[in-house]
Design a protein around this ligand. Structure first.
Ligand code: DX5
Ligand code: ZN
Length: 218
């Protein structure tokens, strides 16, 4: 049960100290948006390179960008320990996942709420994680979509059948109120932005979320 706070809700003028505030988390989730795949623009490779130099924990890059086939592998090459591309944007996901792994990172496939998982189940041998979005990607602070829980269950079942160490991540609206149903459905990596950085103590929020997830293990 791993917690990956999203720095999208952190203070962008003080990212080093904001990373320090979640040093008890398992990952730091970094949302890269290009204003094309999603209607928002955040940060790109140069900033991720700088974050990698100062982060006390590994970085989980969530790339909400067009043409990940071209732009995703450099994040792995820079040292991001996990790189998620969106299946809706990838043209050759097998080659892309292999490129990411060849750079030593975990390869992950993200799926938007409206995208079914079934057609992509065959990709599991190429993947280390599947990210099931529980909001429409683009912004922090949106409401959790409970209707994505059957998809989380479906991914977890497929992972069980397939075997291997493939993680199931949820991202969007995850909080103390919603994390238990995610864990029960089979998620084991939990992204939380506003629930962590909006809390009085980010570190305490991380610990609380992890405890809640552990108590509702699938
Ligand atoms: C949304 C991003 C999320 C976002 C989550 O597109 O992928 O990582 O930061 O924020 P919360 O936890 O506030 O929904
Ligand atoms: Zn994200």
């Amino acid at each position: 049960m791993q917690i990956s706070p999203s720095i999208l809700s952190a203070d962008f003028a003080n990212l080093e100290s904001e990373l320090g505030a979640i040093a008890n988390a398992d990952w730091a989730h970094v949302d890269v948006m290009d204003a094309h795949f999603v209607p928002n623009l955040t940060l790109g490779l140069p900033i991720v390179e700088s974050l990698l130099k100062v982060s006390p924990i590994p970085i989980d890059c969530h790339l909400m960008i067009e043409d990940p086939d071209r732009w995703a592998p450099p994040y792995a090459e820079a040292g991001a320990q996990s790189v998620t591309f969106h299946i809706e944007a990838a043209s050759d996901p097998v080659t892309l996942a292999r490129d990411i792994r060849a750079q030593g990172a975990r390869a992950s496939m993200g799926i938007k709420p409206g995208t079914p998982f079934g057609p992509y189940e065959d990709l599991l041998p190429e993947l280390d994680m599947v990210l099931v979005m529980t909001v429409e990607p683009g912004f922090g602070g949106q409401s959790f979509m409970a209707d994505q829980m059957p998809k989380v269950q479906q991914v977890r079942e497929a992972v069980k059948r397939h075997g291997g160490d493939i993680w199931v991540q949820v991202d969007g609206g995850v909080s103390a109120r919603t994390i238990e149903q995610c864990a029960e459905a089979g998620a084991d990596v939990f992204v939380a932005g506003s629930a962590v950085y909006g809390a009085e103590s980010a570190a305490a929020a991380v610990d609380e979320l992890r405890e809640l997830a552990r108590g509702h293990r699938h």
